[in-house]
Ligand binder design. Sequence first.
Ligand code: ASP
Length: 329
Amino acid sequence: MYKLLPLALLALAMTTESASPVAIVIHGGAGRMVKAKLTPARQKEYHTTLEASLRAGHAILKKSGSSLDAVQAAIIVMEDSPLFNAGKGAVFTSEGRNELDASLMDGRTLEAGAVGGVTTLKNPILAARAVMDHTPHVLLTNQGAEAFAKNMRLELVKPNYFYTDHRWRQLQEWKKKKAEGKNTFLDGKHADYFGTVGCVALDAKGNIAAGTSTGGLTGKQFGRIGDSPIIGAGTYANNKTCGISCTGHGEYFIRYAVAHDISAHMEYKNSTLAEAARDIVQIKLKKAKGSGGIIGLDAKGNIVMEFNTPAMNRGSIDKNGKLTTGIFK
Ligand code: ASP
């Protein structure tokens, strides 16, 4: 009897676990990154930080925390790392400033929060969360978002906190190319949009959340807002279908309402997540010359990481606890 009890408890724990799996998937930006340009040491740094981000989110899910908290925790790790184009290490606008966008969506309630064009918020994802939790609105921008974040006592930094030499050099290269009339992001071939971050998580209650955070595109025009803080474009979550976070040439993701379109394919066409993601990223977007990728998961914990660029920083811990990270195809 005494010996059987622990076994019974173990069996119960196992059934509970398989009945309500937890899973997490992240991206750290898609783009035309070529292997030769990324030293092995740099690749290792990406893998290590992707893993730290996944583990931060997964630890919350394992303790029965919410998918919203897990997404937030995973994104903060990448916002704080200078490797990624979000928070510290964000890319520069054509005027040499950092303007950050972020969003978060709750698949249980379809509530969402977002900020656009912020310049002094250390972790824009926390401001997105606060917009969702403490205002009747979805998207706040510029000084309005910053005044609100200040009231919420979120951490503010001087704009030069976001500066990194690497991103500054990218802006100088961008300016040179532009002056020579060469490729910039406008033709979809620009190499430098690599590093936006995003996360989608499924918690033990079956709730899906998705979030995205970015500095946007190198050389973007002052005031330009990308897809990342636009619900339905860069981020979407619905427990009935899936959660999605996008990365790539944002104007296309806005025009094609990519994140919501994947969810809509599942809802109205009965597509699986994998089919919907493939159709939209590899066929619809590619045909339109929209480059980038998406990550997502569905209510059963099935994970997708689909991109039409040579590389996408990515990683997941699946419903069986298996961790993987990757950069190139
Ligand atoms: N989608 C982002 C934007 O257009 C950039 C990126 O994902 O790299 O702002």
